[in-house]
Structures are given as C-alpha cells and as structure tokens.
Design a protein around this ligand. Structure first.
Ligand code: ADP
Ligand code: ZN
Length: 763
C-alpha cells in the first residue's frame, strides 16, 4: 500500500463515553495481521481513546518489526485477557471509522489464508477494493478530468515533467480517473495532481464514469420463460435445497443451449422473493454481455462488477450492495466477496473456466471460496457447465454434491454434426495454408446460403516463431524462455509473457546469419488468408490485440449479431457463451495447439474448448456444422469431442488420473521460487526442499514432496524459476505440513516464494 492511499488519522471529536466510564474499562488488546507472507497474528495494546472505536475489520497503524516502523495492519480480533507476551507495543493510529468488512467476510478471508497457505493480511489487502480503503477516512472520492480547451500539443504548456505525465495519462484515459488510479498510472505521488488542479488544468468531480452509467440504464423488462420438463426438474431440486435452509452444492450439467441460464434465473427469483440476494459469477464480464443483459431484463436491480470500474465506482457499487438495495450481483471472480447482507444463493456459470482461479497471491479459486461462503451461511451453491471440471464431476459421483442434468438443447434443436479433418494429407496444408480443402469448401457453402461462420484459432499475432535455420531454433525473448511472436499490425516482435517488443531483425540475434523464416499461424495471418480466399466476405478478427479498448467486444459482437459480419475469427474470446442463431459453421483451424501443453489438464482443456466452440453453432432454426482440423485425428480427446461424448471423455480421463494419483484424487500445492540469479534460486529451493523433507515435516501425515526441478519456462520476466510439488491425499494435510515447517523456512532477500494450492498453471 503506498503512502498516498492512507486516509488521515481518525480522531474522535468528543469522547463517546463519560470520562469516568472510559477510565473504568478493562484493558483491551487487538490482534492484528499485516500484508506479508508467512506472517502470523500479533497482539497490541489498544490505547483508551481508540477502545470505543476499534473493531475487527478496521485498519490500524502499528510499530512493527525491529525498527518499529509504522506499518498498516488489519485488526482481526479484540480481547480483554492479557496476551502472554510481555513486551507489548501499542497501536499508534486507527485508520477506519467503521470496519471495512463484515464479520462474515472477515472469517472467510481467514479461511482463505489457511486453505491457500498465505498471510491473512495478504488476503484482506486484495479482497477489499482500493476505493473502499481510500474512502474509509474521507467523505467522497474525486474523479479527475482534463480541463476544457487544453492545447492538443501538451508541450505548449511547458509543465514540469511529472505534471505533464499526469496530464498526458488523464487525456489518454478518455474517462475520469480517481486520484489513486491517476497517480498509479502516471507513476507519481499526489502532489503533481494537486498542482495541476491549482493551475486549473484538470478539474475534479463526483460524477460516475460513462461506462458505469451505460451499464445501469434501465432495460425493457422481460417476463420469465416457461421452463421445459428437464429444466423444471432441475429447478425443483434446487428449490428443495433453497427451502431446506442448508448448504448444498449442485452441479447443473447441461449441454450448450440447454437452458441453464433460464434455470439460474428461476432459482434466483425464489431467493429474491425472500428478500435475499444472489451472486452470479461469470468467467469474464466483457465476454458475457448477453448473459448480463438477460439478468438486467429480468431483475429490478442488478449490480455489475466490471474489472474496469474506477475505484470510485467500485466503492459506490460495494456500498449499494452492502445496503441490500441490489437483488443480483453479476461479476467475475472477485465478486464472490460482494458484501451482500443476506446472501441466498451463489451461481457460478461456466464453472470449468480457469479465470475463476486468481493467478496472483492469494491464488484462490472462486468456486472453492463460494463453496465455503455458502456452507457457512447454509445456502446453496449452483455450478453450471456443459463440460464440468473433473473435480466437480467427481464430487457429484461421490454424492458430496447434487448432480442435475439437462441432456438436450431447448426446443429439440440438434447438437451440430462434427467432422474431424485429417490435415496430414490435405493438399493445401502441405503448401502452408491454414484453411484446408474441406474447410474452404464448407465456408463457401455456408456463405452461399447466407449463414455466418466462426473460425477459431487459439494463437494471437501473425506468426509464433521466427525461425533461424542455422541455430535451428526460434528467436527468443531476452527476458523470458519463450519464442517471440510476430505482430504484423504493430510491425513488431512481441513477447506474450512480458512486455518486451522489438522490430523484426534481418539477422539472427544469436548467430548473426540471415535467412530468418516466419513459421506457424496466428489469428492475424489467418485473417490475411481468409481475406484472400473469400474476398467478398466481411471479416472481423477478435482477439486481445484487436479488442483492446473497453467496449470494443460489445461493438464487435453487436455488428456480428446484426449480420454486418460474415466471418468472425479469433481466439478463445469467441468460444465463450455467445448465442448467435445465424451461425451455421464453426471451423477449428488447429485443434492440436491445445493438446501439447506441459500440463496435467491439457486433455481436459482441449475437450472443454472444442465442446464450447462447437456449441456456438446450430442455435437457431438452421442446423449447424463443425469442422475440426487436426494432425491427430486418432487422439481420444478429439474423437470424444467430435462425438459430443463428455462422459466417454470423463470416464477415460478420471481412470487415468486415479492411477496417476492426480487431481481430483490428490491435492496439490506448487511451490515456485523465483529470483534474478539462477544459482541463488537453485540453492534456495534446495534448502526449502530440505526443510519440507526434514525432521519438522516428519511429524505430519504423509505428503509427497516432488522436486525441486527447473520450471517448464525456466526464465520469465527476467526471473529464473524452480518449482516443486506437494501432493497429499487429503486437502488438510498440505496445510498441516506447511504450518509445521513454516517457521523454519528462511529465504534469502533476493528470491521470492510463490505458493499455489490447486495450481492450474504449471508453467
Ligand atoms: P445455456 O445457458 O445452457 O447455454 P440458455 O439459457 O442460454 O442455455 O438457453 C439457450 C436459448 O434457449 C436462449 O436463447 C434461451 O432464451 C432459450 N430458452 C431457454 N429456456 C427456454 C424455454 N424454457 N423455452 C424457450 N426458450 C428457452
Ligand atoms: Zn518476455
């Protein structure tokens, strides 16, 4: 937390209690946690003036560590009996008038810290939005805007550099920014902002941002649909759980287009009728505009938590939700922490999506947090997917969770016919084309019949490898252990894991010889090929390069919906829940890119993605077709996907996972040590392995310790990485081992330890 985020010290204006009463009070002690890994709870004395105001969930400033440096901490508990430690220090300041989280959420964050082996303070720091922390001491957050009539060339203002940077950032943002955001983006403190305000070059206001305003415009309300028999049966079971007042997780397994969303809506209708709220988690807000529209058409008050909300708007939404005025909260992963006062149900749509796992500390999975939150509250958790994770399926098979099935699409629409195209013998493929003969013919036919086409390729950029024939290798990023991708639209080679970019070299940077060749196809190269092959067609590419501006997804999808685009091509961005009735052909350009990942879940991911993409067609009155191009037509995963055979796939995969003791039949934690020097990292992780295999560890139940070994991507963003894996039969055993050795873990300054429980990413 930077210093400028600190609100002022809150000093009570008058003593809240008569002086004598206050003096008679018992001594009070606070337990606090700080934002650090491997840290515990600490006891502090609460000084009398603060005793009436402090509460668990509020922040304090405490003298911390050997140097007694003032550090921000969270109060997590209060007690009157004196702690055993003799040399207690005293809290210096109280930062918040009111707790920032409810007792319910405070307890949940504690559970996260224990489940995911991270500091409680670290969890609190990320769970509470920056805007809420900022706001706590002050009255309103200001949004800043550039003043009117600024010259188009800012150099004319002759400003000091910092002020100029701030102004430039603000102009470029194109929307109001809060002080914290602005300072953060410009990489400065608050004084340049104040200076600009004094010069009247920027102005401040308390308005909402335009993005947010658009998201809240009322929509024409729609009546609920009458459910079909399968949907009704699933709903009855959900209602039974809702009315039981007990927690239960339900897995709604329904093929794409089977009407799962409609079932969610009816279930939410029930909890809302009791005056309770529901949270709906979706994989990514910007990719689910249609789902959000549907919720907003059916419920009176829906709060949508976008990732690009400004701090001020996020705080406003947080307060609205806490007041109980919102019926339904729709949001991505972090919406699982929405402060609903009477939560009645959590729904997780597309529960198999990996975006529900946070990829930075604390590395929680929203599904597991939701399970714990609903368990504590005695309310149901509803998971929906066409391709449930094997973890969720196995829980249902073990009868820990309830299994609900929607085996058919609504209105008897058939699932599309899927053909596997063997690219090994395709005459076009051997000449370097990405679209083979069969797919070309199918696209021509679809376009002739006025159908729309979706082409899926999970690789952005023009070409993923710049090949040097002399070195027999691709040109690599200087900071990462990966090849650079050529982006023709930007005219640069880019690293997809860090920000590095450079112009296309004529000579190999390693051996200095010429004759470099671009190998492989990304979406940009595919787009070029499509435009040549189908010059009449209107083509739109959708990937994270072409969709960088907020709102561009919506605009692109709207254009596709209106029929202004014939061929939509892109990365997995187009594979998600879109529902376009006129799509009659889906082409998977290269199914094999998904298979060859160093990951125990690569087969599962391939199956999920192919099933999702295939589900994009045949949603209207015209039946759809799917063509999957592959060099591995005999791969079981690809065959199962072509036959829409989820159970066939799951059965085989679960059998294999059971034999190999992999999830869901084992619980894993991945430990990554990273640092700037390879030797330092190697010796640090060896020391860590010794501790984990040493005498302290021997007391705890058997946890297998695998490794250490270099990570599959040894170097990432200038950091060398080594990893090891802990594997346990029972979930709790990982934590037991970790807590028993934690105090013995000492890492050198320059390396960092990352603990990832239930890792999804093994790179
Ligand atoms: P899923 O979430 O399983 O992909 P949706 O809920 O999006 O499925 O339903 C697919 C389509 O079928 C949507 O256009 C939806 O409006 C429609 N639909 C869903 N349930 C019904 C129903 N009971 N009667 C008529 N249409 C329905
Ligand atoms: Zn890089």
């Amino acid at each position: 937390m930077t210093e400028d985020r600190q609100p002022r010290l809150f000093v009570p204006e008058s003593p809240p209690l008569p002086f004598e009463l206050a003096a008679e009070r018992e001594a009070l002690y606070a337990e606090v946690v700080v934002n650090r890994p491997l840290e515990d709870r600490y006891d502090y004395i609460v000084p009398p003036p603060l005793a009436e105001w402090i509460a668990p969930g509020a922040r304090v400033r405490v003298p911390f560590g050997r140097g007694n440096q003032l550090t921000t901490a969270y109060c997590v508990g209060l007690k009157t009996e004196p702690p055993s430690s003799r040399r207690l220090k005293t809290i210096a300041e109280l930062l918040d008038r009111e707790p920032l989280v409810t007792p319910e959420l405070l307890e949940l964050t504690r559970w996260i810290s224990e489940r995911y082996l991270v500091g409680w303070g670290q969890v609190l720091e990320t769970v509470i939005p920056a805007g809420v922390k900022m706001q706590a001491g002050t009255r309103d957050i200001l949004n800043f805007l550039p003043a009117e009539g600024l010259p188009s060339n800012l150099d004319e203002l002759r400003l000091p550099r910092k002020q100029r940077d701030v102004l430039e950032v603000l102009v470029a943002a194109g929307r109001p920014l809060s002080g914290v955001e602005l300072a953060h983006r410009a990489g400065c403190g608050t004084s340049p902002i104040q200076a600009l305000r004094k010069r009247r070059l920027i102005r401040a206001e308390r308005l909402r941002t335009p993005v947010d305003a658009a998201a809240e415009e009322p929509l024409e309300p729609l009546a609920d649909l009458v459910l079909n028999a399968d949907q009704q049966q699933a709903l009855e079971r959900i209602l039974k759980v809702i009315r039981s007042g007990e927690h239960q997780t339900l897995l709604l397994h329904g093929v794409t287009g089977s009407g799962k969303t409609e079932v969610y809506i009816h279930a939410i209708r029930e909890v809302v009728s009791y005056g309770r709220q529901a949270i709906v988690l979706v994989p990514e807000i910007s990719l689910t505009p249609q789902t959000i529209r549907r919720f907003r058409q059916r419920f009176r008050s829906v709060a949508v938590l976008h990732s690009h909300l400004s701090d001020a708007d996020r705080h406003r939404q947080w307060r609205r939700i806490a007041s109980g005025a919102v019926e339904v909260v729709v949001g991505a992963r972090s919406a699982v922490f929405a402060p609903t006062p009477h939560l009645g149900l959590i729904v997780i749509d597309e529960e198999h999506e990996t975006t529900f796992k946070q990829q930075s500390t604390p590395r929680y999975h929203a599904r597991e947090v939701a399970r714990e939150r609903t368990r504590r509250l005695g309310v149901p958790l509803l998971l929906g997917s066409a391709t449930p994770t094997l973890e969720s399926l196995q829980r249902a098979r073990d009868k820990q969770d309830v299994y609900l099935h929607l085996p058919r699409r609504v209105e008897q629409r058939p699932l599309p016919a899927v053909s596997l195209i063997d690219m090994r013998y395709d005459p076009l493929a051997s000449r370097g084309h990405s679209i083979g003969r069969a797919l070309r013919g199918a696209i021509e036919a679809a376009l002739r019949e006025q159908g729309q086409v979706i082409l899926f390729l999970n690789l952005r950029g023009y070409s993923p490898v710049l090949w040097c024939g002399s070195c027999r290798g691709g040109v690599r990023c200087p900071h990462c252990d990966v090849t650079l991708t050529w982006h023709r639209d930007r005219g640069r080679l880019l690293c997809h894991t860090c920000d590095f970019s450079c112009p296309l070299p004529e000579l190999c940077p390693l051996c200095g010889r010429g004759g470099l060749k671009l190998l492989g196809t990304g979406t940009q190269r595919l787009e070029a090929e499509v435009r040549v092959k189908f010059p009449e067609a209107r083509v739109l590419r959708m990937d994270s390069d072409s969709m960088r501006r907020p709102g561009s997804h919506d605009a692109a999808l709207e254009a596709f919906r209106r029929g202004e685009v014939d061929i939509l091509l892109g990365t997995q961005m187009i594979a998600k829940g879109l529902d376009f009735p006129r799509v009659t052909l889906v082409g998977v350009v290269d199914a094999d890119t998904l298979l060859h990942q160093p990951d125990l879940r690569s087969a599962e991911r391939t199956f999920q993605l192919l099933a999702q993409v295939a589900g994009r067609t045949g949603r209207g009155d015209v039946p759809g077709r799917v063509l999957i191009q592959t060099m591995n037509p005999d791969q079981p995963v690809i065959r199962y996907a072509a036959q829409h055979d989820y159970f066939g796939f799951a059965q085989g995969e679960l059998k294999q996972r059971r034999e190999l003791r992999q999830p869901p039949f084992a619980h894993l934690a991945r430990l990554v040590v990273r640092g700037p020097k390879e030797e330092g990292v190697r010796s640090a992780i060896r020391a860590l392995a010794d501790v984990l295999r040493g005498p302290a560890a021997a007391l705890t139940p058997p946890v297998k310790v695998l490794g250490p070994a270099p990570a599959p991507i040894l170097k990432l963003r200038r950091m060398y990485r080594f990893h090891m894996l802990l594997s346990a039969e029972q979930e709790g055993q990982l934590g037991e081992l970790w807590r028993s050795v934690r105090s013995a873990v000492a890492l050198p300054e320059e390396v960092e330890l990352v603990v990832d429980v239930d890792p999804l990413d093994m790179r």
